[in-house]
Design a binder for this molecule. Structure first.
Ligand code: GSH
Length: 206
């Protein structure tokens, strides 16, 4: 429920560049003002653990209630402002497609990018814990799913109903991340999709 003026009260614990960007973009598209708390000393802090049990970013307090996981935050925000039509209503096939592509992107694509980041970047995990042998397999698994997404984007500009939606915000960040790792160069529909998203005036990915 929003307050009496219909306003949505949002505090976003965030850090850029990171998956926080999904929430920033969704808030921009919904034209929602928000309070930003951005500080890398927040990770695993007592304050953040009250909102995210693992003390990770992003996390949000929306109308007084905590919510974590970037995709869940974006989806909930889009539902709170139905007049912006950034998401299909619950119970529609289009909403099923939203859930499908979000689950697909997080489990079949992003999980492998995150594993590679954890096994290559010191500031995420100390070098002595890196298992670099996993990277080749991560790239293979990412590519398998990215190729399926590329095929799905062969005859449509956006993932749900050929209309830009929060689904594209969530999946777009993963595609952009894959591109930064040099993994989508042979997937023309994904490259065009990424460009299309970058062209949107409120897109913070570039
Ligand atoms: N699946 C989570 C991922 C959250 C996440 O891992 N965030 C990173 C920054 S992008 C983080 O907090 N890392 C600190 C850590 O792993 O402890 C989401 O999409 O919100």
């Amino acid at each position: 429920m929003n307050n009496q003026n219909g306003a949505v009260d949002v505090t976003l614990y965030e850090l850029s560049p990171s998956r926080s960007v999904r929430c920033q973009w969704t808030l921009r598209e919904l034209d929602l003002a928000y309070t930003s708390i951005s500080d890398d000393s927040l990770f695993h802090s007592e304050e953040l653990v009250k909102v995210h049990p693992l003390g990770k970013l992003p996390a949000a307090v929306i109308n007084g209630k905590p919510l974590f996981e970037s995709a869940a935050i974006c989806t909930y925000l889009a539902d709170l402002v139905p007049e912006k039509e950034l998401i299909a209503p619950t119970g529609t096939w289009e909403r099923g497609l939203h859930d499908q592509w979000v689950s697909f992107c997080l489990t079949e694509m992003e999980a492998y990018l995150w594993s590679t980041a954890r096994n290559t970047l010191d500031f995420i995990q100390p070098e002595e814990k890196h298992v670099t042998a996993i990277i080749e397999q991560n790239n293979e698994m990412f590519l398998l799913a990215a190729t399926a997404l590329d095929k799905a984007l062969g005859d449509t500009d956006y993932l749900v109903g050929n209309k830009f939606s929060v689904t594209d915000i969530i999946v777009g960040l993963t595609v952009n991340w894959g591109n930064s790792q040099g993994l989508i160069g042979d997937l023309p529909n994904l490259l065009r999709y990424r460009e299309r998203l970058h062209e949107r005036p409120l897109c913070p990915l570039k």
